[in-house]
Write a protein that binds this ligand. Structure first.
Ligand SMILES: Cc1ncc(COP(=O)(O)O)c(C=O)c1O
Length: 272
């Protein structure tokens, strides 16, 4: 379960059942937004006051998925990492949505040149195709855990199909072809969405790697949006005020053109 985000988060549905966790203010939106010290002021204050009660900070690096594909800058991510280092708090990167080239680099943390203490991969390991996950830990964490870290027998542990899908995904990534594919798709997405910012009612239009998100002024009727998108030949998901795309690596340029065209049609017909 993603632990990040207070609005539209899965975690918020467990309020009153599990012990509440501290929530940092969300990062200011914008991949290229120049970092300002004030952006982190409230987080700094919170950690200064409560660091002795906090074991770890969970972060979705560069893009908060479930809260509506909210994208923020690598500088902000690096500054959060520094903050954790200063207070000796474990930094946990949830790369389930962002990892394995979705944001344009192998992992989102790479763009901030940081190395988290723990990294959650989940289904991104299999390109999202099968139940298969991994939690990576730095030697700083593993050395404390000893010989049998995370000894836990889950039903789908080492499931054969999941491992095969994971291996196939890693084999593909190892060829390095993903770099050209990501560049091609990222460029196509940027061009396809270029004029979206000028559509009245659109408040933010961003893309990064294989991801694109367009936000509008009003909450989107997600069911209606999805239904309409299906009549156009695609399925598009919305969260809150944002509709988004997460493109598989093997998507052709023609399909992206078709997708961005439908995306605009759906936005104009249902969301604005
Ligand atoms: C960012 C993020 N973290 C965690 C999860 C939960 O993953 P899982 O259901 O494999 O535990 C998801 C699910 O989509 C996610 O998007």
């Amino acid at each position: 379960m993603s632990l990040c985000g207070s609005e539209h988060s899965l975690f918020s549905e467990y309020q009153g059942i599990v012990k509440p966790a501290f929530q940092l203010d969300p990062p200011p939106l914008g991949i290229n937004r120049p970092f300002q010290k004030e952006d982190l002021a409230s987080s700094e204050q919170l950690l200064e006051k409560h660091h002795h009660e906090i074991a770890a900070l969970f972060v979705e690096p560069l893009v908060q998925g479930y809260t509506g594909l909210k994208m923020y800058s690598p500088e902000h991510l690096a500054a959060l990492h520094d903050l954790c280092k200063n207070y000796d708090i474990l930094f946990v990167a949830d790369e389930v949505a962002a990892g394995f080239v979705k944001t344009g680099s192998m992992f989102a943390c790479d763009q901030a040149q940081i190395s988290p203490d723990l990294m959650c991969l989940a289904k991104s390991l299999t390109g999202g195709m099968m139940s298969m996950g991994a939690t990576l830990a730095s030697s700083r964490v593993l050395d404390v855990l000893g010989d049998q870290p995370f000894m836990h027998g889950a039903t789908y542990m080492a499931t054969v199909l999941g491992c095969a899908a994971g291996n196939a995904n890693l084999d593909l990534l190892e060829t390095g072809q993903w770099q050209a594919d990501v560049a091609r798709i990222a460029h196509k997405l940027k061009t396809g969405l270029a004029e979206y910012s000028d559509i009245p009612g659109v408040t933010l239009c961003q893309s990064m790697g294989l991801l694109a998100a367009v936000s509008v002024e009003q909450e989107i009727d997600a069911a209606r949006f999805r239904q309409y998108s299906i009549t156009q030949g695609v399925t598009i998901r919305c969260i809150g005020k944002t509709a988004y795309l997460a493109i598989p690596l093997n998507t052709t340029s023609e399909d992206i053109e078709f997708l961005t065209h439908c995306f605009k049609d759906c936005l104009k017909t249902v969301a604005i």
